[in-house]
Ligand binder design. Structure first.
Ligand SMILES: [Zn+2]
Length: 383
């Protein structure tokens, strides 16, 4: 998540967006009505919830998921919105909280309550933003209320608040900890794999359709280490589902996350592109300093980014690395200098005359299987 790091501006915007979204009439399913309203919760494919229930058989067994009442969730401040459509992908987050060594169930319950309190009281959201939470001890918990019953039904989706533009089309999973420099615990990893596999099975989502928050937004979430493990997660979820995921499928096209302290040709290219976009007049240095962060913020403001934070991630890259075409009077300039720097660095001998997003991604070393550009339907709250 980046809720914990949400700027004042972001928190305010989120609060305003919630007010608008809560008034929407797109509700297609039950609002909060306690346990009895959970569709599919007792069906044969249902994940075990609460404190009892039969174990699941074959394929991707349903993990034990602690439901909202069992971890002491508050009632949402307004009805949770349910869409009559299946999500098409999963987004992996980290909570950016301490890497706790308390792997107990009470600690997991406290984590879920803490996130809910923060999202409701600080961000002004109606409930937890994420659909599910996984503790470092491997405890899986329901996040936003009704998410578990809706998942068990396999036909609808609870609107979340974990990534603007991806709150209906993607299931959001918060993983406890900060994974910028360390790997997640084996218990968390095993539960993440099992949870993803179960979600994929319930909704018919391909195991390759697992992403990190940074693929869509200007955020370090879910941390360099956990993000770097996503190809492995796609492969292992595929194996759980009995589907082989090739190495090429496991690598998805994305963008490099750049922030203060980074150096090298990718930074130089970004600096050329920022100057090309009019966000700075400074000569590229190859060193991402505070001046570069300022230029990124200027660019983010100009492009009305959700995250105006000086971090260059999946939200701003597609706008910065705009399509280029060679032609009379169109060669040269800073954007082409960016292309040249990257082509030389990555020894790309022949750059196409038309540089589109996949070409930029290859030049930036983040090429892989293309990502389907699907985002939330109209009527989804912006947050
Ligand atoms: Zn996140």
């Amino acid at each position: 998540m980046d809720g914990a790091r949400l700027s004042r501006r972001g928190a305010l915007a989120a609060g305003l967006a919630m007010g608008a979204g809560a008034a929407s009439s797109a509700l297609a399913g039950p609002a909060w009505a306690g346990e009895a309203a959970r569709p599919g919760a007792t069906g044969p494919g249902a994940a075990r919830q609460g404190t009892a229930g039969p174990p699941e058989a074959e394929g991707a067994p349903a993990p034990f998921i602690v439901d909202c009442p069992s971890w002491g969730a508050r009632r949402p401040s307004s009805p949770v919105k349910i869409w009559d459509r299946r999500p098409i992908r999963i987004l992996v987050h980290h909570t950016a909280t301490a890497n706790s060594a308390d792997y107990s169930r009470p600690a997991a319950d406290r984590l879920a309550r803490g996130i809910q309190n923060f999202h409701m009281d600080h961000n002004g959201w109606l409930d937890s933003g994420q659909h599910f939470t996984i503790s470092r001890g491997g405890v899986v918990l329901e996040g936003r209320s009704l998410s578990l019953g809706i998942l068990n039904g396999g036909r609808q989706q609870v609107e979340g608040a974990h990534c603007t533009g991806q709150n209906v089309v993607a299931v959001g999973i918060e993983n406890e900890g900060t994974y910028t420099g360390v790997d997640p615990t084996p218990a968390l990893w095993n539960s993440l794999r099992a949870t993803c596999a179960y979600i994929c099975r319930q909704y018919g989502i391909a195991p390759t359709e697992l992403y990190g928050h940074r693929d869509y937004k200007n955020t370090a979430c879910p941390g360099d280490r956990l993000y770097g493990m996503l190809p492995r997660l796609r492969t292992e979820v595929g194996a759980t589902l009995g589907r082989r995921v090739s190495r090429a499928e496991a690598e998805k096209a994305s963008w490099p996350l750049l922030r203060v302290g980074d150096t090298g040709p990718d930074v130089t290219a970004a600096q050329y592109l920022l100057r090309d976009a009019g966000a700075t007049t400074t000569d590229p240095t190859g060193s991402f300093d505070e001046g570069t962060a300022d230029a990124v913020r200027t660019f983010q403001v100009a492009h009305r980014a959700d995250d105006v934070n000086g971090i260059l991630g999946g939200e701003s890259w597609p706008e910065l690395a705009r399509p280029l075409s060679r032609g009379p009077g169109r060669d040269g300039g800073d954007a082409w200098r960016a292309v040249d720097v990257l082509a030389e660095h990555r020894r790309v001998e022949s750059v196409p005359d038309r540089v589109t997003a996949p070409v930029w991604q290859r030049l930036l070393g983040t090429g892989g299987t293309a990502v389907r550009p699907v985002s939330d339907p109209p009527g989804t709250a912006r947050r």
